[in-house]
Design a protein around this ligand. Structure first.
Ligand SMILES: Nc1ncnc2c1ncn2[C@@H]1O[C@H](COP(=O)(O)OP(=O)(O)OP(=O)(O)O)[C@@H](O)[C@H]1O
Ligand SMILES: [Mg+2]
Length: 285
């Protein structure tokens, strides 16, 4: 279980450039759960993601994995290895000359693994990705498309078998096709019971596959919970509504007008069916 307790992060404290990026953030993620963290640009997502991956030191508050501090003096590194991090710009985490070398980097540092074992593990991870990366092994990571680079970043993290994965804005700047591929990949990881934390400013396609969602606004949590329960709860904070997918916003709007629709529907076809049902009902009355 990952637990964030009263986490506050201030950049450049005590200077004229001081910025409170996170304020009193607390939440838990249990093993196998998929948590979505949604917030507009500048709401503190990357700052939070870096704390979850142990890349930023929590000065105020703490990040715990199974009750142990991610950043203690003893075994801190071990703890950090348990969480894999996919950066906001995956190119920042790629540095080897071929896809194979990139994925196998961590394994090659382990003295007790033969090159055959390394190759098998790399192929095994690549086969599980959709689309698989197997045919790209000799290519340079820098020649890959943006979507392929994210897949490569995921493979490079999965190879060391982390218990949890943190995705910071996994599909920023990608076209809709690549975006659905990444979402599909996230769904597969979720089905395979990986603990997932996905931070994004785009909720569409993501919030419906998460078990729980947190909405961040200017460094603070403004809402959290299961989406269905949360949508069923009537009045929704305007700061949250603005972050919901257009389809969900439309359904909430219809509900506010007194039309009995289910705001949890997430595809145009399910919404059309619902509208059709309502029209038929109206016709009968
Ligand atoms: N290294 C830094 N030094 C100073 N201020 C920073 C630094 N990194 C982020 N900030 C500030 O902290 C706040 C939160 O930034 P952060 O990058 O965490 O937001 P974000 O939600 O990830 O935004 P985006 O969606 O644009 O990636 C912003 O006001 C940002 O300007
Ligand atoms: Mg960010």
């Amino acid at each position: 279980m990952i637990e964030v307790k009263h986490l506050t992060h201030i950049y450049n404290p005590g200077t004229p450039w001081e910025i409170k990026a996170l304020e009193q953030i607390s939440f838990r993620v249990v093993r196998g759960e998929c948590l979505g963290i949604i917030g507009e640009s500048g709401s503190g997502k990357s700052t939070l993601a870096q704390h979850l991956a142990g890349l930023l030191f929590p000065r105020l508050g703490s990040v715990l994995i199974d009750g142990a501090n991610i950043y203690n003096a003893h075994g801190g590194r071990e703890m950090r290895k348990r969480v894999g991090f996919i950066f906001q710009s995956p190119a920042d985490q790629l540095f080897e000359e071929s896809v194979f070398k990139e994925i196998s980097f961590g394994l090659r540092q382990e003295k007790n693994l033969s090159s055959r074992e390394i190759e098998e593990r790399v192929r095994d991870v690549c086969r599980k990705l959709h689309p698989p990366l197997e045919d790209l092994m000799d290519r340079s990571p820098f020649e890959l498309s943006a979507g392929e680079r994210i897949m490569l970043a995921i493979a490079s993290v999965l190879i060391s078998k982390p218990e949890a994965l943190v995705f910071d804005e996994p599909y920023a700047g990608l076209d809709p096709n690549n975006r659905s591929e990444i979402l599909h990949q996230i769904e597969i990881l979720h089905r395979n019971k990986k603990t997932l934390i996905i931070l994004s400013n785009q909720s569409e396609g993501l919030i419906h596959l998460c078990d729980r969602v947190i909405f961040l606004y200017q460094g603070k949590i403004v809402a959290k919970g299961r989406l269905q329960e949360f949508l069923a709860s009537g009045e929704i904070d305007r700061r949250v509504t603005d972050l919901l997918p257009p389809l969900t916003r439309m359904l909430i709007h219809l509900r506010e007008k007194g039309i009995e629709v289910n705001p949890s529907l997430d595809t145009p076809s399910s919404v059309s069916l619902e509208i059709h049902r309502l029209l038929q009902k109206k016709g009968k009355n």
